[in-house]
Design a protein around this ligand. Structure first.
Ligand SMILES: Cc1cc2nc3c(=O)[nH]c(=O)nc-3n(C[C@H](O)[C@H](O)[C@H](O)COP(=O)(O)O)c2cc1C
Length: 260
């Protein structure tokens, strides 16, 4: 089926260029995020995250793979070897950000959790349609402390806490009704002592330390604007014996434009 939708991206936002953009990408993120929030507070924090899935881990690759031919249809003539890693994407909600750190919450034992344990690189994507804006971020992940996860866990509605406790995210579920019942039963067990429900140690925050940003803004006739910030670190050669490495390593951000 062909899709015949063609939208002109009307010039509604200020131009995106090297001279007028902030020195720090986190400042521009903050500006764009708050504009998106003002437009639609319910969807502003939706982000797509991509991780690397190792060969043979879920989702399983079909035993023989075919690459697409020029019509976009698969062809038996162009078999390709199964790659070492394949991309895995899904939507999560951004729960906190500060400078170049972005946090979401999930099950550490889920597919994404395991993928990040073995390969902690991640790519994020925010797309705000009404603003014709996209932000892509690349970063390195690590788990937040149990105390921080617990604090956030306790701030969620109680039934969400119970569902999180009983969910074995990304593993096969044979009986949805039985799962629902187990939530009702556990919630009833904790009636009057809800605060005693513990945050599972297998669930919590993932923080992303960003090292690359791309800000994209739609423009008429597909002459879109793309501004990249790349992080570079340099070590001060005048480091003294008493200073540790982090005291003398400074990060700077280099800006560049990309063709659309
Ligand atoms: C709008 C929306 C918000 C979501 N937020 C989260 C979230 O914050 N954390 C999470 O673990 N899953 C979230 N999910 C579910 C994920 O997209 C995904 O189905 C789940 O995390 C399992 O992914 P995995 O099997 O790749 O680990 C959300 C889904 C949608 C559509």
């Amino acid at each position: 089926m062909k899709i015949n939708i063609r939208e002109e991206y009307i010039h509604t936002q200020p131009p995106l260029n090297i001279a007028e953009s902030p020195a720090l990408p986190s400042e521009l993120f903050k500006e764009w995020y708050s504009t998106a929030y003002d437009h639609d507070p319910k969807t502003a924090n939706i982000m797509t995250i991509a991780t690397l899935s190792k060969k043979n881990s879920p989702p399983p690759l079909p035993s023989s793979m075919h690459s697409a031919n020029h019509d976009g249809l698969t062809s038996n003539d162009s078999k390709i070897a199964a790659p070492e890693f394949s991309p895995a994407i899904r939507i999560v909600l951004l729960r906190e950000y500060n400078e170049d750190c972005y946090i979401f919450y999930t099950h550490y034992t889920s597919a994404k959790g395991e993928q990040l344990t073995s390969h902690p690189t991640i790519a994020l994507n925010f797309y705000w349609h009404s603003l014709h804006r996209q932000i892509r971020i690349y970063g390195i992940t690590k788990r937040v402390s149990y105390e921080k996860s617990e604090k956030y866990f306790k701030s969620r509605p109680f039934l969400s806490q119970v569902a999180t406790t009983l969910s074995n995210q990304s593993t096969p579920l044979t009986d949805y009704e039985a799962f629902q019942k187990s939530i009702t039963t556990l919630a009833a067990d904790y009636k009057g002592r809800e605060h005693e429900l513990k945050c599972p140690t297998t669930w919590g925050g993932i923080s992303i330390s960003a090292y690359y940003y791309e800000f994209w803004q739609g423009r008429p006739s597909r002459v879109h604007e793309r501004l990249v910030y790349e992080k570079t670190t340099s070590t001060n050669p005048n480091r003294t014996a008493t200073q540790n490495k982090s005291e003398v390593t400074s990060a700077t951000w280099q800006k560049k434009l990309l063709y659309p």
